[in-house]
Design a protein around this ligand. Sequence first.
Ligand code: NAP
Length: 241
Amino acid sequence: MTNTALITGANKGLGFEAARRLGELGWTVYVGSRDVGRGEEAVARLRAGGADAVLVPLDVTSDESVAAAVDLVRADALDVLINNAGFGGHGIAPASVTAEELHAVYDTNVYGVVRVTNGFLPLLRKSANPRVVNISSGGGSFAVITDPAQPIASMHELAYSSSKAALNMITVRYAQAMPEVKFNVATPGETVNHKFAATDMNGHRGQLTVTEGTDSILRLALIDADGPTATFEDRLGPLAW
Ligand code: NAP
């Protein structure tokens, strides 16, 4: 039977590359995109490369959009959900940040993941080996943020890093509550080498390709039925929370 995955924010960047790589493996890939035009363009590129790609209009900040996406995919079991859509916010320091900024970042990176996960859980439960991969960041790790050798330790922003820390905790809490579904966290970079993947989110300043950046995502998407749950991994392996 064909494996199926839904990837949020798959119209570009790491989400698109994860869709391309799963398509290459023969999976049916549901391509989440909040903008239909950008999503159609991405699906056309994926299909041109031979992938079985299906557009799923999906804005993770909207309950209605998530419900419509669930209806669209409803016919199938879903083997893997990749919560990839992310918003970096505006890099505002703690003393200047506003509740509006926090809300905008959390709405995508935190509440969005819960909306989408809870919406798709009934479809995941139809799979023999359901897996959820949440895309976080080294910035969501207390171990990384408190390491003075990490550049991010001296970048004084609040919204994005704390949203990813919340996402890490959310992943562990889901994993504990639902052992029959695997919930893991992937971060795209090589944290110890201070490397991340070049995408629009970072102005393409990353040193890794999107293919390298999706290695941890693919690894956790492809775990088998006795694979891990509640882990946090980057490209090189397990990462401290
Ligand atoms: P990107 O190229 O900017 O892609 C972000 C994707 O998220 C886009 O498809 C974007 O859609 C989508 N998105 C944003 N808000 C959304 C919403 N409300 N609903 C649905 N989709 C939404 O950035 P990226 O680097 O590939 O980021 C992917 C994930 O990796 C993010 O969660 C990010 O935090 C994480 N990450 C990346 C790196 C890295 O090395 N690049 C490092 C750490 C973590 P639009 O095109 O419509 O804006």
